[in-house]
Design a binder for this molecule. Structure first.
Ligand code: HPA
Length: 259
């Protein structure tokens, strides 16, 4: 069974096409599985191999802004964990806040700030999950080392920074972006953090990469558009795919597994 899960965000589901010998199942064919409602988020599970390593891909995800109970956003993470996934590599699209970061570049998440106003673990504690999961090292140091190493080998720019998660669906105002910058955020997006929280609560270690699809609101004075996010996301796909494929291969080797 796959020990590595890969989540593909907005405009990034081309990564799923790189999974070999795929068995693909639409979320809508899986009873109880939350189905994304947003364009650019096709929804299916793809089990197969990436660089010879068994993986379980999640192409498309639901977001908090789509409504419903916050825990539904972490549904797939719990399913992944139950089927044996112990490492989750999450991709997303994000707006660049850090002045040194440009659209089309990638950012490895070092940490996050949860500004969604909610938490997917709220409610009764689940059996075998800690009530108060530790988030000190939400983004695994060893996994980050592997991603950095792989990016250097590929000659891919990989920034590292703090991702602020907001609820959405409206994009931020320029004042909100100034606030996020002051708070220490390097990028902003509407996903990933609830999933990482569920992953940590269920003992899954995480790495996450943002495709920086745009300058955050107010930085250039240009309006933001979902179309631009999808378009630049597609431009990131090759670099992201190469990086994830190489890193996933490394993660299957000692000292991660099999050593
Ligand atoms: N803000 C929030 N979410 C996003 C952005 C953004 O600028 N770009 C892509 N997802």
């Amino acid at each position: 069974m796959p020990r590595t899960g890969i989540t593909m965000g907005s405009g990034l589901s081309g990564l799923a096409a790189r999974i070999e010998n795929p068995i693909q199942i639409a979320y809508s064919d899986l009873e109880g599985w939350p189905v994304p409602t947003v364009r650019g988020h096709s929804g299916h599970v793809v089990a197969g191999e990436l660089g010879g390593v068994p993986v379980m891909g999640f192409s498309g995800r639901v977001h908090l802004y789509e409504g419903g109970d916050p825990p539904r956003v972490g549904f797939y993470v719990r399913v992944a964990g139950m089927t044996g996934v112990s490492t989750l590599v999450i991709s997303n699209a994000a707006g660049a806040i850090n002045d040194g970061f440009a659209p089309g570049e990638l950012m490895l998440l070092r940490d996050h700030i949860n500004l969604t106003g909610t938490n997917p673990l709220a409610g009764p504690a689940r059996p075998r999950e800690p009530r108060f999961p530790d988030m000190t090292a939400a983004y695994d140091q060893d996994l980050r080392d592997v991603f950095r190493e792989c990016a250097a080998e590929l000659g891919t720019t990989l920034h590292e920074g703090v991702y602020a998660a907001v609820h959405g669906p409206s994009y931020e105002t320029p004042a909100e972006i100034r606030m996020l910058r002051t708070l220490g955020a390097d990028a902003v997006g509407m996903s990933t953090v609830p999933e990482v929280i569920v992953a940590r609560a269920t003992g899954i270690r995480c790495a996450a990469v943002s495709c920086l699809t745009n300058h955050a609101a107010g930085i250039t004075g240009e309006p933001l558009s979902h179309q631009e996010v999808i378009q630049v996301g597609r431009q990131c796909e090759v670099a992201l795919g190469d990086l994830v494929a190489l890193a996933v291969g490394r993660l299957s080797e000692p000292p991660f597994y099999g050593g």
